[in-house]
Design a protein around this ligand. Structure first.
Ligand code: WQD
Length: 332
């Protein structure tokens, strides 16, 4: 298997995954509409890996342009990252999220079917678990119940679409990867998380506070039933996450395979602040405010299935992620 099409490949997780794919000598094409990433990332990938993917600035909603790419290239597998992913924004703009994430995926899958490309790795999210009675999440749990935002709903719906496609065509080989909370960046500091606009997630906000672009971090509640009152999440280094995609390719098989990609450990917001301060050797200004709607006290992965079936588990820590984040910030 040599040629891979990566949708959303100039994005945070896509770009890190391409670095790992190049170590396995895959040939890579990237489709991205650059709505939340910069084309300069391709040069950074070349600086790190010595190679640069072919790039198509195409929106997955442009079916004719997408079809032309499949006409001109024979792909062995698709890794599908492209999608809008700001939880808060999805609540304000549901139609944009449903059209972009679902419509784009349907166009992609139509092209894959038309050109006989039947292997796909899908970038899903722990968000699809919605509300669960326990904090440690396992792939066999029911999904789609108590999802609090259209972003999460799109991820759940796409998972269901993929399951239905496999039902209709058993030759399809699908891997669904449910990410927990990706953080950190490549050790070179040349690529990292650099969302356009106001970020949603904890780490990009901490980075903007550290750069003085935001005055202080608002900690959304310290009255949760946890070790220090703040919420716990499973923060996975993005390089470990990227390696999980290579392991998924090596383990792909007919049918639908679903894996959690996480560390299996919860870290609190205060612990994240302390880890960042330790790495940056500077205090991080923050204030505790009210809880954020939809936040759950504690969520972390049971990553044992990926270890058992794919031979993959995380090797890097939150401290590694903070060290690499500082390198990235110093490069900006
Ligand atoms: C983490 C913790 C907040 C910001 C996201 C989305 C989705 C998913 C990653 C891909 C929570 C706290 C945050 C802030 C804070 N990605 N926080 N102040 O909530 O786990 O959900 O996970 O699918 O983007 O589902 O991640 O980074 O938003 O928050 O106190 O300014 O940090 O309360 O406890 P979350 P997050």
């Amino acid at each position: 298997m040599k040629r891979i099409l990566v949708t959303g490949g100039t994005g945070y997780i896509g770009s890190h995954t391409i670095i790992e794919l190049y170590k396995q000598d895959y040939e890579i094409d990237v489709i991205d509409n650059l709505v939340n990433s910069k084309i300069e990332v391709l040069d950074k990938i070349k600086e790190i890996a010595g190679k640069k993917p072919n790039f198509y600035e195409v929106d997955l909603l442009n079916y004719d342009a997408l079809k032309k790419i499949f006409e001109e290239n024979q792909y062995d597998l698709v890794i599908h990252f492209a999608g809008l992913k700001a939880v808060g924004e999805s609540v304000e703009q549901p139609l944009r999220y449903y059209e972009n994430n679902i419509g784009g995926t349907i166009n992609l899958l139509k092209c894959m079917k038309a050109y006989g490309v039947k292997k796909i790795i899908f970038s899903s999210s722990a968000t699809v678990y919605g509300e669960q009675p326990v904090a440690k999440l396992v792939e066999t749990m029911p999904t789609g119940i108590g999802i609090t935002n259209p972003y999460g709903e799109t991820k759940h719906m796409i998972e269901e679409i993929l399951k239905d496609i496999v039902e209709s065509d058993p030759e399809f080989e699908v891997v669904i990867l449910r990410y927990f909370n990706p953080v950190g960046n490549h050790e070179s500091g040349l690529i990292g998380e650099d969302p356009k606009g106001i970020p949603n997630n904890l780490m990009p906000i901490i980075m903007k506070v550290a750069r003085g672009e935001i005055k202080e971090l608002s900690v959304f509640g310290d009255d949760y039933p946890t070790l220090d009152g703040t919420c716990l999440r499973d923060y996975i280094h993005v390089v470990d996450l990227a390696k999980g995609h290579v392991a998924a390719i090596n383990g792909i098989k007919p049918g639908v395979s679903i894996y959690n990609l996480g560390t299996g450990k919860g870290t609190s917001v205060f612990e994240m602040i302390k880890a960042f301060e330790k790495a940056s050797k500077k205090k991080l200004p923050y204030k505790v405010v009210g809880r954020r709607a939809g936040d759950l006290a504690e969520i972390y992965a049971d990553p044992s299935k990926a270890e058992r079936e794919l031979g993959w588990k995380t090797e890097l820590t939150v401290e590694d992620a903070m060290r690499d984040t500082i390198t990235y910030l110093n490069n900006l």
